[in-house]
Design a protein around this ligand. Sequence first.
Ligand code: RNT
Ligand code: ZN
Length: 419
Amino acid sequence: MNQNDRYEAAKKQYALFGVDTDAAIERLKEIPVSLHCWQGDDVTGFDHDGPLTGGIQTTGNYPGKARTPEELMQDLDFALKLMPGKKKLNLHANYAIFKETGYANRDELEPKHFAPWVEFAKERNMGIDFNPTFFSHDCVKDGLTLTSPDEGTRNFWIRHGKACVRLSEFFAKETGIPCVMNIWIGDGYKDIPADRMGPRLRYKDSIEQIIAEPHDPALVKICVESKVFGIGVESYTAGSAEFTLTFAATHEGILPLMDNGHYHPTEVVYDKIPALLCFFPEIALHITRPVRWDSDHVVLFDDETKEMAKEIVRCDAINRVHMALDYFDASINRISAWTVGFRSWQKALLNALCTPNDSLKVLQDESRLTELMVMQEEVKTLPFGAVWERYCEQCGVESGAEWFTKVKEYEKNVLTGRG
Ligand code: RNT
Ligand code: ZN
Protein backbone atom coordinates (compact mmCIF):
# COMPACT_ATOMS: atom_id res chain seq x y z
CA MET A 1 0.00 0.00 0.00
CA ASN A 2 1.35 3.42 -0.81
CA GLN A 3 0.89 6.44 1.41
CA ASN A 4 -2.19 7.62 -0.41
CA ASP A 5 -3.94 4.25 -0.12
CA ARG A 6 -3.03 4.06 3.53
CA TYR A 7 -4.56 7.49 4.12
CA GLU A 8 -7.73 6.77 2.14
CA ALA A 9 -8.27 3.54 4.10
CA ALA A 10 -7.69 5.35 7.38
CA LYS A 11 -10.03 8.16 6.39
CA LYS A 12 -12.82 5.62 5.80
CA GLN A 13 -12.26 3.96 9.12
CA TYR A 14 -12.37 7.26 10.96
CA ALA A 15 -15.48 8.26 9.02
CA LEU A 16 -17.28 5.25 10.50
CA PHE A 17 -16.86 7.01 13.85
CA GLY A 18 -18.03 10.32 12.42
CA VAL A 19 -14.53 11.81 12.23
CA ASP A 20 -13.49 13.92 9.23
CA THR A 21 -9.70 13.50 9.03
CA ASP A 22 -9.31 16.04 6.20
CA ALA A 23 -10.96 18.66 8.38
CA ALA A 24 -8.79 17.68 11.34
CA ILE A 25 -5.64 18.16 9.26
CA GLU A 26 -6.77 21.56 8.01
CA ARG A 27 -7.67 22.70 11.50
CA LEU A 28 -4.32 21.67 12.94
CA LYS A 29 -2.43 23.71 10.35
CA GLU A 30 -3.93 26.86 11.89
CA ILE A 31 -3.16 26.22 15.56
CA PRO A 32 -0.15 28.21 16.76
CA VAL A 33 2.19 26.50 19.20
CA SER A 34 4.97 28.41 20.89
CA LEU A 35 8.46 26.94 20.64
CA HIS A 36 10.78 27.89 23.50
CA CYS A 37 14.21 29.19 22.51
CA TRP A 38 15.71 27.99 25.81
CA GLN A 39 15.89 24.27 24.93
CA GLY A 40 18.74 25.21 22.58
CA ASP A 41 21.21 26.39 25.21
CA ASP A 42 20.03 24.97 28.55
CA VAL A 43 18.28 28.24 29.58
CA THR A 44 21.58 30.12 29.57
CA GLY A 45 20.80 33.17 27.43
CA PHE A 46 23.22 35.92 26.47
CA ASP A 47 23.19 38.48 29.27
CA HIS A 48 25.12 36.89 32.12
CA ASP A 49 27.92 34.47 32.91
CA GLY A 50 26.57 33.05 36.14
CA PRO A 51 24.69 29.84 36.84
CA LEU A 52 21.05 29.02 36.14
CA THR A 53 19.13 29.98 39.30
CA GLY A 54 15.52 30.24 40.40
CA GLY A 55 15.17 26.61 41.46
CA ILE A 56 15.18 25.20 37.94
CA GLN A 57 17.87 22.86 36.63
CA THR A 58 19.13 21.43 33.41
CA THR A 59 21.01 18.18 33.77
CA GLY A 60 23.38 16.66 31.25
CA ASN A 61 26.29 17.85 29.21
CA TYR A 62 25.56 16.79 25.64
CA PRO A 63 28.01 18.43 23.25
CA GLY A 64 27.02 21.11 20.76
CA LYS A 65 25.11 23.59 22.91
CA ALA A 66 24.51 26.93 21.17
CA ARG A 67 26.83 29.59 22.62
CA THR A 68 25.87 32.69 20.65
CA PRO A 69 22.70 34.20 19.17
CA GLU A 70 23.91 33.14 15.72
CA GLU A 71 24.33 29.52 16.80
CA LEU A 72 21.00 29.45 18.59
CA MET A 73 19.20 30.89 15.56
CA GLN A 74 20.98 28.47 13.24
CA ASP A 75 19.91 25.52 15.41
CA LEU A 76 16.37 26.80 15.80
CA ASP A 77 16.07 27.29 12.09
CA PHE A 78 17.23 23.75 11.46
CA ALA A 79 14.81 22.33 14.02
CA LEU A 80 11.84 24.36 12.73
CA LYS A 81 12.14 22.71 9.34
CA LEU A 82 11.61 19.29 10.92
CA MET A 83 8.35 20.26 12.58
CA PRO A 84 4.93 20.40 10.94
CA GLY A 85 2.45 23.08 11.90
CA LYS A 86 2.22 26.73 12.81
CA LYS A 87 4.82 28.07 15.22
CA LYS A 88 5.37 31.02 17.49
CA LEU A 89 8.76 31.86 18.94
CA ASN A 90 8.97 31.94 22.72
CA LEU A 91 11.74 34.20 24.00
CA HIS A 92 13.06 34.98 27.47
CA ALA A 93 14.39 38.42 28.37
CA ASN A 94 17.88 37.00 29.03
CA TYR A 95 18.13 36.26 25.29
CA ALA A 96 18.61 39.97 24.51
CA ILE A 97 21.32 40.52 21.90
CA PHE A 98 23.85 43.24 22.75
CA LYS A 99 26.32 42.84 19.92
CA GLU A 100 25.27 45.95 18.01
CA THR A 101 23.82 47.94 20.89
CA GLY A 102 26.06 47.49 23.92
CA TYR A 103 24.95 45.91 27.18
CA ALA A 104 21.77 46.96 28.96
CA ASN A 105 20.60 45.70 32.32
CA ARG A 106 17.28 43.88 32.58
CA ASP A 107 15.44 46.97 33.79
CA GLU A 108 16.47 48.96 30.75
CA LEU A 109 15.84 46.51 27.94
CA GLU A 110 14.54 48.08 24.76
CA PRO A 111 13.27 46.92 21.38
CA LYS A 112 16.69 47.38 19.81
CA HIS A 113 18.06 44.60 22.02
CA PHE A 114 15.69 42.16 20.36
CA ALA A 115 15.83 43.47 16.79
CA PRO A 116 17.58 40.34 15.40
CA TRP A 117 14.93 38.13 16.99
CA VAL A 118 12.13 40.17 15.48
CA GLU A 119 13.76 39.84 12.10
CA PHE A 120 14.16 36.08 12.64
CA ALA A 121 10.49 35.69 13.57
CA LYS A 122 9.14 37.93 10.82
CA GLU A 123 11.11 36.13 8.13
CA ARG A 124 9.46 32.91 9.23
CA ASN A 125 5.95 34.33 9.76
CA MET A 126 6.10 33.60 13.44
CA GLY A 127 4.55 35.57 16.27
CA ILE A 128 6.60 36.09 19.41
CA ASP A 129 5.75 35.23 23.01
CA PHE A 130 7.82 36.69 25.80
CA ASN A 131 8.98 36.06 29.35
CA PRO A 132 10.60 38.44 31.78
CA THR A 133 13.58 36.62 33.32
CA PHE A 134 13.41 36.80 37.11
CA PHE A 135 16.39 34.48 37.67
CA SER A 136 20.05 33.97 36.74
CA HIS A 137 21.04 37.54 37.60
CA ASP A 138 23.05 39.47 40.22
CA CYS A 139 20.01 41.43 41.36
CA VAL A 140 18.25 38.30 42.63
CA LYS A 141 18.80 38.92 46.34
CA ASP A 142 18.64 35.93 48.70
CA GLY A 143 16.73 34.05 46.02
CA LEU A 144 14.05 36.76 45.87
CA THR A 145 12.86 39.18 43.17
CA LEU A 146 9.28 40.49 43.11
CA THR A 147 8.71 39.35 46.71
CA SER A 148 11.90 40.82 48.11
CA PRO A 149 11.56 42.79 51.36
CA ASP A 150 14.42 44.91 50.05
CA GLU A 151 12.64 47.68 48.16
CA GLY A 152 15.61 48.42 45.92
CA THR A 153 15.66 44.81 44.75
CA ARG A 154 11.92 44.59 44.34
CA ASN A 155 11.80 47.83 42.38
CA PHE A 156 14.54 46.68 40.04
CA TRP A 157 12.49 43.62 39.16
CA ILE A 158 9.28 45.63 38.82
CA ARG A 159 11.11 47.86 36.35
CA HIS A 160 12.19 44.69 34.52
CA GLY A 161 8.58 43.52 34.33
CA LYS A 162 7.46 46.89 32.98
CA ALA A 163 10.20 46.90 30.37
CA CYS A 164 8.97 43.47 29.29
CA VAL A 165 5.38 44.72 28.92
CA ARG A 166 6.67 47.42 26.58
CA LEU A 167 8.75 44.87 24.68
CA SER A 168 5.80 42.50 24.38
CA GLU A 169 3.70 45.22 22.81
CA PHE A 170 6.55 45.98 20.42
CA PHE A 171 6.71 42.29 19.39
CA ALA A 172 2.97 42.19 18.82
CA LYS A 173 3.02 45.31 16.70
CA GLU A 174 6.01 44.16 14.66
CA THR A 175 4.67 40.69 13.93
CA GLY A 176 0.97 41.58 13.80
CA ILE A 177 0.29 38.72 16.22
CA PRO A 178 -0.58 39.17 19.93
CA CYS A 179 2.23 38.44 22.36
CA VAL A 180 1.67 36.23 25.40
CA MET A 181 3.82 37.55 28.25
CA ASN A 182 4.30 35.15 31.12
CA ILE A 183 5.33 36.11 34.64
CA TRP A 184 7.04 33.36 36.59
CA ILE A 185 9.28 33.84 39.60
CA GLY A 186 11.15 31.20 41.62
CA ASP A 187 10.91 33.19 44.87
CA GLY A 188 10.52 31.05 47.94
CA TYR A 189 12.23 29.39 50.88
CA LYS A 190 14.16 26.18 51.33
CA ASP A 191 12.97 25.83 54.90
CA ILE A 192 9.98 26.78 56.99
CA PRO A 193 9.28 30.51 56.62
CA ALA A 194 8.02 32.65 59.49
CA ASP A 195 5.85 34.74 57.19
CA ARG A 196 3.95 33.16 54.32
CA MET A 197 1.66 36.08 53.59
CA GLY A 198 4.12 38.99 53.48
CA PRO A 199 5.98 37.78 50.37
CA ARG A 200 2.66 37.13 48.64
CA LEU A 201 1.36 40.60 49.44
CA ARG A 202 4.57 42.04 47.99
CA TYR A 203 4.28 39.77 44.94
CA LYS A 204 0.68 40.91 44.44
CA ASP A 205 1.69 44.55 44.62
CA SER A 206 4.64 43.94 42.27
CA ILE A 207 2.51 42.31 39.57
CA GLU A 208 -0.08 45.05 39.95
CA GLN A 209 2.62 47.64 39.29
CA ILE A 210 3.90 45.68 36.28
CA ILE A 211 0.50 45.29 34.66
CA ALA A 212 -0.20 48.99 35.24
CA GLU A 213 2.42 49.71 32.59
CA PRO A 214 0.30 51.06 29.71
CA HIS A 215 -0.42 48.38 27.11
CA ASP A 216 -3.14 47.20 24.79
CA PRO A 217 -4.60 44.00 26.30
CA ALA A 218 -5.58 42.82 22.84
CA LEU A 219 -1.88 42.84 21.88
CA VAL A 220 -0.24 41.83 25.15
CA LYS A 221 -1.74 38.92 27.04
CA ILE A 222 -0.18 38.84 30.47
CA CYS A 223 -0.13 35.52 32.33
CA VAL A 224 0.92 34.43 35.80
CA GLU A 225 2.43 30.95 36.17
CA SER A 226 2.14 29.02 39.42
CA LYS A 227 4.57 26.55 40.92
CA VAL A 228 4.56 24.16 43.83
CA PHE A 229 8.28 24.05 44.66
CA GLY A 230 11.75 24.43 43.19
CA ILE A 231 15.19 22.97 43.84
CA GLY A 232 16.49 24.64 46.99
CA VAL A 233 13.05 26.18 47.46
CA GLU A 234 11.23 23.16 48.78
CA SER A 235 9.21 24.51 51.70
CA TYR A 236 7.50 27.56 50.30
CA THR A 237 6.83 29.11 46.89
CA ALA A 238 5.25 32.56 46.87
CA GLY A 239 3.59 32.06 43.47
CA SER A 240 1.57 29.02 44.47
CA ALA A 241 -1.43 27.68 42.54
CA GLU A 242 -3.94 29.46 44.76
CA PHE A 243 -2.02 32.73 44.59
CA THR A 244 -1.66 32.93 40.82
CA LEU A 245 -5.10 31.60 40.01
CA THR A 246 -6.75 34.06 42.35
CA PHE A 247 -4.59 36.87 41.02
CA ALA A 248 -5.68 36.12 37.47
CA ALA A 249 -9.31 35.75 38.50
CA THR A 250 -9.36 39.11 40.24
CA HIS A 251 -7.43 41.17 37.68
CA GLU A 252 -9.15 42.00 34.42
CA GLY A 253 -7.39 40.60 31.37
CA ILE A 254 -4.80 38.53 33.26
CA LEU A 255 -4.54 34.85 32.26
CA PRO A 256 -3.62 31.94 34.50
CA LEU A 257 -0.79 29.82 33.11
CA MET A 258 -0.59 26.16 34.08
CA ASP A 259 2.65 24.25 33.63
CA ASN A 260 1.94 20.55 33.98
CA GLY A 261 5.21 20.08 35.89
CA HIS A 262 4.08 22.41 38.64
CA TYR A 263 1.57 20.37 40.58
CA HIS A 264 1.59 17.52 43.05
CA PRO A 265 2.30 14.25 41.24
CA THR A 266 -1.25 12.91 41.22
CA GLU A 267 -2.81 16.19 40.06
CA VAL A 268 -3.43 16.41 36.35
CA VAL A 269 -3.57 19.59 34.32
CA TYR A 270 -5.95 18.02 31.80
CA ASP A 271 -8.64 18.07 34.47
CA LYS A 272 -7.82 21.67 35.37
CA ILE A 273 -8.16 22.93 31.77
CA PRO A 274 -11.97 22.53 31.58
CA ALA A 275 -12.34 23.82 35.14
CA LEU A 276 -10.57 27.07 34.30
CA LEU A 277 -12.34 27.40 30.96
CA CYS A 278 -15.63 27.68 32.84
CA PHE A 279 -14.46 31.05 34.11
CA PHE A 280 -11.59 32.49 32.07
CA PRO A 281 -12.06 33.66 28.47
CA GLU A 282 -8.45 32.63 27.79
CA ILE A 283 -5.84 30.53 29.57
CA ALA A 284 -2.24 29.56 28.86
CA LEU A 285 -0.26 26.35 29.16
CA HIS A 286 3.35 25.30 29.53
CA ILE A 287 3.52 21.80 28.13
CA THR A 288 6.28 19.72 29.63
CA ARG A 289 6.96 16.23 31.01
CA PRO A 290 7.61 15.96 34.69
CA VAL A 291 9.28 12.68 35.68
CA ARG A 292 8.81 12.32 39.45
CA TRP A 293 9.36 16.08 39.87
CA ASP A 294 9.37 19.21 37.70
CA SER A 295 12.18 17.68 35.66
CA ASP A 296 11.21 19.24 32.32
CA HIS A 297 11.85 16.16 30.21
CA VAL A 298 11.06 16.32 26.49
CA VAL A 299 7.32 16.15 25.75
CA LEU A 300 6.28 12.75 24.34
CA PHE A 301 3.09 11.45 22.75
CA ASP A 302 2.07 9.95 26.08
CA ASP A 303 -1.23 9.68 27.91
CA GLU A 304 -1.00 12.93 29.87
CA THR A 305 -0.07 14.89 26.75
CA LYS A 306 -2.89 13.29 24.75
CA GLU A 307 -5.45 14.08 27.44
CA MET A 308 -4.39 17.72 27.65
CA ALA A 309 -4.84 18.13 23.90
CA LYS A 310 -8.18 16.31 24.02
CA GLU A 311 -9.54 18.67 26.65
CA ILE A 312 -8.59 21.73 24.60
CA VAL A 313 -10.33 20.31 21.53
CA ARG A 314 -13.35 18.87 23.36
CA CYS A 315 -14.00 22.15 25.13
CA ASP A 316 -13.96 23.84 21.74
CA ALA A 317 -11.24 26.04 23.20
CA ILE A 318 -8.48 25.95 20.59
CA ASN A 319 -8.70 29.72 20.25
CA ARG A 320 -8.87 30.28 24.00
CA VAL A 321 -5.82 28.28 25.07
CA HIS A 322 -2.32 29.63 24.41
CA MET A 323 -0.03 26.64 24.05
CA ALA A 324 3.69 26.81 24.70
CA LEU A 325 6.31 24.13 25.18
CA ASP A 326 8.55 24.41 28.23
CA TYR A 327 11.26 21.81 28.82
CA PHE A 328 15.03 21.66 28.75
CA ASP A 329 17.05 18.50 28.44
CA ALA A 330 20.83 18.93 28.22
CA SER A 331 21.57 15.20 28.12
CA ILE A 332 20.55 14.55 24.51
CA ASN A 333 20.89 16.28 21.16
CA ARG A 334 19.08 19.56 21.75
CA ILE A 335 17.70 19.85 18.22
CA SER A 336 16.23 16.41 18.54
CA ALA A 337 14.77 17.41 21.91
CA TRP A 338 13.07 20.42 20.34
CA THR A 339 11.80 18.34 17.42
CA VAL A 340 10.48 15.36 19.38
CA GLY A 341 8.66 17.65 21.80
CA PHE A 342 7.07 19.83 19.16
CA ARG A 343 6.07 16.87 17.00
CA SER A 344 4.62 15.07 20.03
CA TRP A 345 2.32 17.99 20.83
CA GLN A 346 1.32 18.15 17.16
CA LYS A 347 0.46 14.46 17.30
CA ALA A 348 -1.53 14.99 20.47
CA LEU A 349 -3.54 17.79 18.84
CA LEU A 350 -4.15 15.79 15.69
CA ASN A 351 -5.18 12.78 17.75
CA ALA A 352 -7.58 14.98 19.70
CA LEU A 353 -9.04 16.41 16.49
CA CYS A 354 -9.55 12.83 15.24
CA THR A 355 -11.41 11.75 18.37
CA PRO A 356 -15.20 11.38 17.98
CA ASN A 357 -15.79 13.74 20.88
CA ASP A 358 -19.43 14.47 20.13
CA SER A 359 -20.57 10.86 20.02
CA LEU A 360 -18.54 10.00 23.12
CA LYS A 361 -20.21 12.88 24.98
CA VAL A 362 -23.62 11.52 24.02
CA LEU A 363 -22.72 8.17 25.58
CA GLN A 364 -21.71 9.97 28.79
CA ASP A 365 -24.84 12.11 28.91
CA GLU A 366 -27.07 9.10 28.29
CA SER A 367 -25.24 7.23 31.05
CA ARG A 368 -24.20 4.49 28.64
CA LEU A 369 -20.94 4.23 30.53
CA THR A 370 -20.14 0.62 29.66
CA GLU A 371 -20.36 1.52 25.98
CA LEU A 372 -18.34 4.68 26.59
CA MET A 373 -15.48 2.60 27.93
CA VAL A 374 -15.71 0.19 25.01
CA MET A 375 -15.71 2.99 22.44
CA GLN A 376 -12.93 4.95 24.09
CA GLU A 377 -10.78 1.82 23.92
CA GLU A 378 -11.82 1.15 20.33
CA VAL A 379 -10.79 4.62 19.18
CA LYS A 380 -7.27 4.09 20.51
CA THR A 381 -6.39 1.63 17.77
CA LEU A 382 -7.70 3.58 14.79
CA PRO A 383 -4.97 4.03 12.12
CA PHE A 384 -3.71 7.35 13.41
CA GLY A 385 -0.27 6.89 11.82
CA ALA A 386 -1.67 7.26 8.31
CA VAL A 387 -3.35 10.56 9.21
CA TRP A 388 -0.13 11.86 10.77
CA GLU A 389 1.71 10.82 7.62
CA ARG A 390 -0.68 12.82 5.47
CA TYR A 391 -0.48 15.86 7.73
CA CYS A 392 3.34 15.87 7.68
CA GLU A 393 3.39 15.39 3.94
CA GLN A 394 1.11 18.38 3.47
CA CYS A 395 3.32 20.45 5.77
CA GLY A 396 6.39 19.44 3.80
CA VAL A 397 8.15 17.58 6.61
CA GLU A 398 9.05 13.94 7.07
CA SER A 399 6.44 11.92 8.92
CA GLY A 400 8.79 9.17 10.03
CA ALA A 401 12.12 9.14 11.80
CA GLU A 402 14.04 10.07 8.62
CA TRP A 403 14.32 13.59 10.04
CA PHE A 404 16.71 12.18 12.58
CA THR A 405 19.23 11.30 9.87
CA LYS A 406 19.41 15.01 9.11
CA VAL A 407 19.93 15.82 12.77
CA LYS A 408 22.80 13.34 12.95
CA GLU A 409 24.42 14.92 9.92
CA TYR A 410 23.98 18.39 11.41
CA GLU A 411 25.49 17.14 14.63
CA LYS A 412 28.50 15.81 12.75
CA ASN A 413 28.95 18.86 10.53
CA VAL A 414 27.99 21.71 12.84
CA LEU A 415 27.52 20.80 16.49
CA THR A 416 30.66 18.77 17.14
CA GLY A 417 32.79 21.68 15.93
CA ARG A 418 31.60 23.81 18.83
CA GLY A 419 34.20 22.48 21.26
C1 RNT B 1 10.02 27.05 35.81
C2 RNT B 1 8.91 27.50 34.93
C3 RNT B 1 9.26 28.52 33.90
C4 RNT B 1 10.57 28.24 33.22
C5 RNT B 1 10.85 29.10 32.01
C6 RNT B 1 12.28 29.02 31.60
O1 RNT B 1 9.70 25.99 36.60
O2 RNT B 1 8.34 26.38 34.31
O3 RNT B 1 8.23 28.63 32.98
O4 RNT B 1 10.68 26.91 32.83
O5 RNT B 1 10.45 30.38 32.26
ZN1 ZN C 1 6.87 26.76 32.84
